[in-house]
Design a protein around this ligand. Structure first.
Ligand SMILES: Cc1ncc(C[n+]2csc(CCOP(=O)(O)OP(=O)(O)O)c2C)c(N)n1
Length: 199
């Protein structure tokens, strides 16, 4: 079996492959037609926070009953490591070789907080998968985001801080350290909206 970057190479589920950025729009159609199905999108940061900004904002704002898994690795990985909206200040990428200059390129976007601010969002959280403790927590949060969909609570969003060792130019161990040392201080872990939480 060959190595695949596509989700259906790893999960035994029905898949619709949407053009980049358009997954929330496609998932809207699938969920509205198949209300009994559990529908989720799986999107990178170039995909969700740049190419598909409009789709994700409006799907959340409409409160579509889907779960969104957003993998933030601070770069466009598949195309060779270009700057993404989540690239950290001063981070070098192939399109920001001198480092991201926030005055010129803007600031990294905190999507989980942005999505939490929308009325249709039932649940928004950020987790990381850089160590066993965070990995276990990520599993719990993802389960919750699916439970909310099954309970018809509305739109559920999970941002996962992840690595891209190849484009970051480091080994897997160093890449996991970078998540803790550089990403988590900017992209704080936690729950930003939980419609079921007691005040
Ligand atoms: C509409 C559209 N624009 C651009 C591309 C080219 N493209 C393919 S993969 C990719 C990078 C995606 O990066 P990201 O979503 O961060 O995922 P990663 O590869 O890092 O997991 C781009 C720009 C595309 N396929 N479709």
């Amino acid at each position: 079996m060959g190595c695949s970057v596509f989700l259906y190479g790893y999960f035994d589920i029905d898949v619709v492959e949407a053009p980049h950025g358009r997954a929330p729009a496609v998932a809207t159609g699938v969920k509205r037609v198949h209300k009994d199905k559990v529908v989720f999108t799986y999107q990178g940061d170039g995909d969700l926070a740049a190419i598909g900004t409009a789709e994700i904002i409006h799907a959340a704002n409409r409160g579509e009953g889907m779960t969104v898994i957003f993998v933030n690795n601070t770069t466009y990985g598949m195309t060779g490591g270009q700057m993404a909206p989540t690239t950290l200040p001063d981070q070098r990428t192939t399109t920001s070789p001198a480092g991201r200059d926030v005055n010129q390129h803007g600031h990294p976007i905190r999507m989980a907080e942005l999505i939490a601010g929308l009325e249709g969002t039932a649940y928004s959280a950020r987790v990381a998968v850089n160590n066993p403790k965070n990995l276990l927590q990520a599993g719990k949060v993802i389960s919750k985001a699916f439970e909310y969909q099954v309970q018809d609570k509305g739109f559920a969003f999970v941002e996962i801080l992840s690595t891209c060792p190849t484009n970051w130019g480091m080994n897997a161990l160093k890449a996991n350290e970078r998540v803790g040392d550089e990403m988590i201080p900017y992209f704080k872990l936690g729950t930003f909206k939980d419609s079921a939480a007691k005040c």
